[in-house]
Design a protein around this ligand. Structure first.
Ligand code: PGA
Ligand code: MG
Length: 226
């Protein structure tokens, strides 16, 4: 792929990092529309009122189970409805995955440039693995990744460091040679605790808070622009 227009920032070079672990929702793909469609389809199926995008935007980030639990609480539903809601949500999400979402400007170009520069790429997301792999494939982004680990791959999700440490172990690299690229404090906290550097984009989902104050090492304007 032609990627001459992408300038890698000074801090992003092979001398410092071997592996880039890249977040999915809010970093590579704007999936708010998919979450909106799937959650509201789930709520309708349960005979419950809908939720709006502002709620979804500030709630996405800690995995789908958390999102479904918080959504039930938001509409005043009993916790006992969780199991039925979870099954319905997964079916609803699978039915629309990728239809209401779009790849962010510069994301594809950046992945191509990073791959061409010799970085090994892992997609590391709190989204369930099957949904993540399907979405990457539907958006033509799967070709860039050596491996994709979802939120169900390990015992704990970001902001716990376990997914990052496990990804580094899987790839046989020291965490100090890996950079996390994400959009939320979950990525920053996980990276800090794992001993990885972290860069963030400002346009994703960070629980309604500005990501600039989350303590990342670098703030990028978008993935292909430092
Ligand atoms: O599914 C989520 O909760 C967030 O997913 P992400 O880790 O790719 O941002
Ligand atoms: Mg994210």
């Amino acid at each position: 792929m032609h990627n001459a227009a992408v300038t890698l920032p000074d801090w992003l070079h092979r001398g410092r990092f071997d592996v880039l672990m890249v977040d999915l929702d809010g970093t590579l793909v704007d999936t708010l529309g998919d979450f909106d469609a799937a959650l509201n389809r789930m709520l309708a199926g349960l005979g419950l009122p809908g939720v709006d995008r502002a709620f979804i935007e500030r709630t996405v980030g800690k995995g789908s189970e958390h999102l479904v639990r918080r959504t039930l609480a938001e509409v005043g539903a009993q916790e006992s409805r969780y199991e039925a809601a979870w099954t319905l949500y997964q079916d609803s999400y699978a039915a629309i995955n990728g239809e209401c979402s779009s790849v962010y400007p510069g994301a594809r170009e950046a992945l191509a440039a990073w791959q061409a520069a010799g970085f090994r790429l892992a997609c590391l997301t709190n989204k369930p693995g099957e949904a993540a792999r399907t979405l990457l494939q539907r958006k033509g982004l799967d070709v860039f990744f050596e491996v994709t680990f979802g939120g169900d791959a390990f015992a704990r999700k970001k902001p716990d460091p376990l997914p990052l440490l496990s990804t580094c172990a899987h790839l046989g690299v020291d965490p100090s040679r890996a950079l996390m690229v994400g959009d939320s404090e979950n990525d920053v906290l996980a990276a800090r605790a794992a001993g990885c550097a972290v860069a963030v984009v400002p346009y994703g989902y960070n629980h309604g808070q500005p990501i600039a104050s989350a303590g990342a090492d670098w703030l990028m304007r978008q993935l292909d622009r430092p």
